[in-house]
Design a protein around this ligand. Structure first.
Ligand SMILES: [Fe+2]
Length: 428
């Protein structure tokens, strides 16, 4: 039986089971239907209209919008509102089992969050009730999501830490609870219309320039221009970084990296050799074979790089992936790499990906100490070090997409050449 069928069966079973439990639990709670619920559903739909928004925003407004429903209309109503409103338009493109799973589990998270709110509110007061119900809603919701990811990863035989995801969710807990309280009181004092107005106000804040400044795309542009200036003296190294970023991104896409992780990886590639800044040109541009001592100096660049990035303000969620790449991109699959001598899957996946991209680019480009290899020779060499120097699976993935990548790279190079020609003719 295919892996896909097992995953689909799992998703359907969990989704349907969650829906049944939600309904049974909802029946034992106090609920009241009110026309306001339509407004809540519309606000939730507006909040989730595209997936990218939840990733670039600081936290999601789903829980804050559901809290007044839990408090005033009951857990079952909150579950129905959540199932209908907390949906991204992209989700309609997903296979049916994914939709069933997500609708069922989101409803169960809301009904449990609502029940916790009702119980704690009567016994311990509002503040504790909001905190507990936010933790329940976010916790249950993420637990199901993580389990589904775990099943998917187990079936695909890949491993990638999801502890990071959990940490990201935990960080949203306090702002979610606080925002929930704001919406709760807005709803009491200013009715649902007040809530719509405060939501619109928040939307306006979200798109404010201040948030735009922190936008990753902007930061990448900033980093690139910074590095361009730093490496004005060594354009070869700068081009190498750009190509490694491009190749790594193409490989990472095959591993289903989220747009957010993909951007962090892109950013990280521009830093991967940053430690070389501290190494003298004399060694870096040495035309012949390096002496043992020179090589020992070169080998310090990952640790120097890791120290360097600790000093620059990178958001926490990107910091780990950047550090992993800077520090571990010279580790080898067989454990004979540097600086730590990590082996196999103990080397973070992103570093294994960059290692393949880095090796490929080093082989196929001309350096002051060597000629470039032809594509067939480079493929042969990559296959030779598959399983010793490099992760065999990542090499396989790379070789599978190589034709595509070379084509894209060719197009990009042509476009760059064209724009350079335009620039030179215009500046004459
Ligand atoms: Fe390096």
């Amino acid at each position: 039986m295919g892996r896909n069928y097992i995953l689909k069966a799992y998703l359907c079973t969990v989704g349907l089971l969650a829906a049944v439990i939600t309904y049974r639990l909802g029946l034992i709670t106090t609920n009241s239907f009110n026309i306001d619920l339509f407004f809540f559903i519309v606000l939730l739909l507006a909040n989730n209209r595209r997936s990218i928004q939840t990733e670039s925003g600081t936290f999601s407004l789903n829980y804050p919008l559901l809290l007044p429903v839990m408090a005033f209309h009951g857990p079952l109503m909150a579950a129905i509102t959540a199932a209908l409103g907390v949906i991204e338009l992209d989700e309609f493109k997903d296979p049916l089992p994914v939709i069933v799973h997500n609708r069922g589990t989101i409803a169960l998270s809301a009904v449990l969050g609502g029940m916790v709110f009702q119980t704690v509110n009567t016994q311990h007061g509002f503040t504790l009730a909001v905190a507990a119900s936010a933790a329940t809603y976010l916790g249950v919701n993420n637990l199901f999501f993580m389990c589904a990811k775990l099943v998917q990863r187990a079936l695909a035989h890949t491993r990638d830490g999801f502890l990071n995801d959990l940490l990201e969710t935990a960080k949203t807990l306090i702002p979610s609870a606080a925002m929930g309280a704001v919406f709760y009181y807005t709803y009491i004092y200013f009715s649902v219309y007040g809530l719509v107005l405060s939501y619109l106000f928040l939307l306006a804040l979200r798109s404010h320039t201040l948030f735009g400044l922190l936008d990753t795309t902007y930061r990448i542009a900033l980093i690139k221009s910074l590095l361009r200036a730093v490496w004005a003296k060594d354009p070869e190294l700068m081009q190498h970084m750009e190509r490694v970023a491009f190749l790594s991104g193409e490989i990472a896409r095959q591993y289903g990296y989220s747009p957010l992780k993909q951007r962090a990886l892109d950013e990280a590639c521009y830093f991967h050799d940053i430690g070389k800044l501290e190494i003298e040109d004399e060694i870096l541009k040495w035309p012949g074979r390096l002496t043992q001592r020179q090589f020992e100096t070169i080998k310090t660049h990952p640790e120097r790089g890791a120290r360097f990035i600790e000093e620059i303000p990178i958001p926490l969620r990107n910091r780990k992936i950047i550090r992993n790449i800077v520090l571990y991109h010279h580790e080898r699959w067989d454990g004979k790499g540097y600086p730590m001598g990590l082996a196999g899957e103990r080397i973070p996946l992103e570093a294994r990906i960059v290692a393949v991209a880095d090796t490929w680019d080093a082989m196929t480009s001309q350096r002051c100490y060597k000629e470039a290899l032809s594509t067939p020779d480079a493929i042969a060499e990559l296959t030779r070090v598959r399983g010793t120097q490099l992760d065999p699976k990542v090499v396989d993935v790379f070789l599978e997409i190589l034709d595509d990548v070379l084509q894209k790279e060719g197009k990009q190079a042509d476009a760059e050449l064209q724009s350079k020609e335009q620039y030179t003719s215009a500046s004459r």
